[in-house]
Design a protein around this ligand. Sequence first.
Ligand SMILES: *Cc1c(COP(=O)(O)O)cnc(C)c1O
Length: 359
Amino acid sequence: MHTYPVAKINLAAAQSNLARVKQLAPESQIIAVIKANAYGHGAIELAQALSASDAFAVARLSEALALREAANHHPIVVLEGVHSAEDLELATQHNLSLVFHHQSQLELLQASQLSKPLAFSWLMLETGMHRLGLTTAHAQQALTLFTPGSVGVMSHFANADERDDSRNTQQLEKTHNFALANNLTSSMANSAAILSISASHADWVRPGLMLYGISPFSETTAKDLKLKPVMTLSSKLIAVQQLQAGDQVGYGGDWIAQESLRIGIVSIGYGDGYSRHLSNIGTVLINGLLATVVGRVSMDMIAIDLSNNVDSAIGDEVILWGDPRLPVEHIAEQAGTIAYELVCQLTDRVVREYHYGES
Ligand SMILES: *Cc1c(COP(=O)(O)O)cnc(C)c1O
């Protein structure tokens, strides 16, 4: 069976991006962030490909448990930590590294009688984002719950993608000072900070997006940052229609042919995670030429303008993003969103095909 759409995942490119992290932050250990199914790329496969990292991170306990076996004995950090005594015990059983970001989690720990010692843990310090994090005072108190050397401190930038933003310096200083005062290992940098704030690298860096060969900065693509896109999303042309001037296309008929032209119907839609915000504006690549989405994105299909593409025919491959001429960063801009969202929201209906292609 020829299944489509397909997201081709180049694991060699992911390994090359990991090497790029190492090159940028040679003194730091690397926590490869593979939450949300490795940003839509497939957590198990990416974990295997990125085994040269020093640890993995996911958001939730359920993600960590699903990964535990494939990850062998690799440390796995659970960024949101746990929220019940039962989950605390479960995490301990599976040797998961928990983040403690809220006082309630520390109370759980204090009240617990664990069957074995906790894996290396992290205190998440509030430094300016006001999402997850302990106050400095609470973090200070929390240290008494851990044996020395078994806990580190982390925090997360709210504006790392804004180069030279003074808020980054403030956040960094808070974390740095806490780590220094308490002689703790520390971690601050996500992809944007790894790429643009070398002072933030510290003991552990936490790259996510850049491992997938995607730029965290607006108006910059992977290539500018010496990263290699990992995912190429494609599907097939399943129909071609000859339109006359005045013909309407798709739901609502809000695209109307101004002259006679050919359009192609591509088997991909919002039911695959192709954003509906690309209605009437998205760009695709077919037989080496760019074409525009016409009409609304449907659940299973889009229509594209083939007026410059006389040779295209049913069965031809259509690339939605990932080709050098069609970086996902540009498609995200067209959709009015960030590339993080586009890759994360691909559904299970899109087959992931893994290869070690040219990196
Ligand atoms: C998701 C996440 C990261 C990775 O961020 P990128 O911008 O994808 O590099 C790092 N740290 C934390 C706490 C995260 O939640």
